[in-house]
Ligand binder design. Structure first.
Ligand SMILES: NC(=O)c1ccc[n+]([C@@H]2O[C@H](COP(=O)([O-])OP(=O)(O)OC[C@H]3O[C@@H](n4cnc5c(N)ncnc54)[C@H](OP(=O)(O)O)[C@@H]3O)[C@@H](O)[C@H]2O)c1
Length: 240
């Protein structure tokens, strides 16, 4: 086991599947105590059990980050068990209808609720725990829709909003050794929107395990500097 995250407490939202699960696996393999949050309890439990079987330390906290009360309850439990949090990865996200006409009010509320408000709720609720770490990293998972928008009003607006929120977190954290990074990945092979996993060449979609390695690189970078934002694309995906 690599040890560069040994004794670090890492909270990851959306950790039962896709990129969040790959990040939890990568961090646990590097010695972190991972705290995994997602709504579906059974899938979350299975994911954590697989990590423990490989010798990692994983705790599950079933919950919905778009519900302020549940985010606060999760944070209170994390504070009770671990006191300080070294790493927070705001990864939980849901897809949205692709066009303006297809998007109804409930789609808008759901997507803004998880992909934007959920990031604020969890980060705000965990702020005191982040302050207690010697130095802490917040990683906000956006997407290239956060740079160039696209047809989906809810998804694009949530990810654009996340850029503003990342700035605010970085400003608030600056004097307290809390770094905040926003990551804009292109397509990741997670079965997003029901796409079959593994059917595209690697130049068109990224392996979640590789993206997770990059996230580990971000948090393990020297504390004297911060990578404020990073864009990560499969080779064949247009940059802008
Ligand atoms: N896949 C891509 O091509 C791609 C590209 C760019 C950016 N991204 C971003 O990467 C992140 C992860 O995407 P992914 O493809 O890995 O998604 P995924 O495979 O669908 O996994 C989403 C994870 O988030 C959890 N989740 C969803 N809603 C939640 C909520 N309200 N509270 C807590 N957990 C919740 C899910 O579990 P439950 O459903 O059980 O809660 C699951 O663990 C998202 O922010 C997405 O916008 C993805």
């Amino acid at each position: 086991m690599d040890s560069n995250l040994r004794d670090k407490v890492a909270v990851i939202s959306g950790a039962s599947h896709g990129l969040g699960l790959a990040i939890a696996e990568e961090f646990a393999a590097r010695g972190a105590q991972v705290v995994m949050i997602a709504r579906g309890e059974e899938r979350l439990g299975r994911a954590a059990e697989a990590i423990r079987k490989r010798g990692g330390a994983a705790t599950v906290l079933p919950g919905d980050v778009s519900d302020a009360g549940q985010a606060q309850a999760a944070a209170a439990e994390i504070q009770r068990r671990f006191n300080a949090v070294d790493i927070l990865v705001n990864n939980a996200g849901i897809p949205a209808p692709r066009t303006f006409q297809e998007t109804d009010f409930s789609d808008w509320d759901a997507v803004i609720g998880v992909n934007l408000s959920g990031v604020f709720y969890l980060t705000r609720a965990l702020w005191d725990c982040l302050l207690r770490a010697e130095s802490a990293s917040v990683i906000n998972i956006s997407g290239t829709a956060g740079l160039r928008g696209g047809g989906s009003p809810a998804y694009g607006s949530a990810k654009f909003g996340l850029t503003g929120l990342n700035h605010a977190i970085a400003l608030a954290g600056k004097e307290h050794n809390i770094r905040s990074t926003i990551l804009y990945p292109g397509g990741i092979d997670t079965g997003w929107r029901g796409a079959p996993i593994g059917d595209k060449p690697r130049s068109e979609t990224m392996d979640p395990a590789e993206v997770a390695r990059y996230v580990a690189y971000l948090v393990a970078s020297p504390p004297e500097f911060v990578i404020n934002e990073a864009v990560l694309n499969p080779l064949d995906e247009p940059y802008m």
